[in-house]
Ligand binder design. Structure first.
Ligand SMILES: Cc1cc2nc3c(=O)[nH]c(=O)nc-3n(C[C@H](O)[C@H](O)[C@H](O)COP(=O)(O)O)c2cc1C
Length: 205
């Protein structure tokens, strides 16, 4: 997919990005949304299972109902689009062959399939869904950086009623929702970064 937008380096996007909760009322061209999601879907995942899925909510009616399910958060109403990032292990396990690398030979493919189905098949649903949601946060990070790099601002949200969002969008029972992401051209600055210094977080061993 060729880009029509300016691109920032990863470093510049990370430095510049902040949560934005007020947006211009201008729809995002689907081509540009898909360029951003095209980066998000390149995120790595354990066993390459790629459990993330995306629903882009755009209509005012649905955004209004989504806002109601998200504690009335103003960015849901304000943003031209809200990306619902969810994971679905039932879909992953039903289509595991799609995620096995095509360069593997038949025996290696069979082993990979057996490993995944054996591991996750023996887990309780809640356990594997929580595992998938953890993987989903990797795609969330990619998505936030990609949006910023492509000239869009975002607001990630975990403050919502997952059952209400699932019902609103007709998501499967197996869906977990790591985050909603409001996206658009921001009309506010957001707060300057307040982060630990690297030295506070790091030690060499
Ligand atoms: C997974 C996740 C969930 C979040 N949930 C909310 C939320 O529900 N509402 C909100 O206003 N901000 C939410 N935030 C935004 C954080 O408060 C914000 O990222 C943090 O304070 C750092 O600020 P910055 O994003 O402007 O750098 C969330 C952020 C993440 C990564």
């Amino acid at each position: 997919m060729s880009t029509t937008m300016g691109i920032l380096s990863v470093q510049d996007a990370a430095r510049q990005r902040r949560s934005i909760r007020a947006y211009e009322q201008v729809p995002i061209p689907h081509e540009e949304l898909e360029e951003i999601l095209d980066v998000a879907r390149l995120a790595p995942s354990a066993f390459n299972l790629q459990p993330w899925r995306f629903v882009v909510v755009e209509t005012p009616e649905l955004k209004e109902r989504l806002a109601a399910a998200a504690n009335g958060q103003r960015q849901v109403r304000s943003a031209p689009a809200v990306i619902v990032l969810y994971t679905d292990m039932a879909d992953v396990l039903a289509t595991v062959d799609e995620t096995i690398h095509p360069e593997m030979d038949a025996a290696a493919r069979a082993r990979a399939r057996q490993t995944v189905l054996g591991l996750f098949g023996s887990q309780a649903e809640a356990e594997r869904e929580a595992w998938a949601a953890g993987q989903g946060h990797i795609a969330l990070g990619y998505l936030l950086l990609a949006a910023e790099a492509h000239g869009y601002q975002t607001s990630p949200m975990a403050g919502f009623d997952p059952a209400a969002v699932k019902e609103l969008l007709g998501l499967p029972a197996s869906a977990r929702i790591p985050a909603l992401v409001a996206i658009g051209h921001g009309t506010e600055e957001g707060s300057p970064h307040h982060r630990h210094e690297t030295g506070r977080l790091l030690r060499y061993a």
